[in-house]
Write a protein that binds this ligand. Structure first.
Ligand code: FES
Length: 67
């Protein structure tokens, strides 16, 4: 699914950037050599990043508890 129409950035690309450490849409788009243009996608992109970061934190917690 396309998150950013201006840059044709998909949800999976935003998730991948979040897993690589990007905590904002601006940082995530920058990792893809893109820039924010109209800004319409920022709230949704941030939501995806926040969920991915929370998911990563939960996975690390479960992994640490299992060790
Ligand atoms: S839809 Fe993402 S910058 Fe326009």
């Amino acid at each position: 699914m396309i998150v950013c129409v201006c840059n044709r950035i998909t949800e999976s690309e935003v998730r991948k950037a979040a897993r690589a450490g990007c905590s904002t849409p601006e940082a995530a788009y920058g990792c893809m050599d893109c820039e924010v243009q109209c800004g319409c996608c920022l709230d949704y992109a941030q939501e995806i990043i926040d969920k991915e970061c929370a998911r990563g934190s939960r996975l690390r917690l479960v992994t640490a508890e299992a060790a």
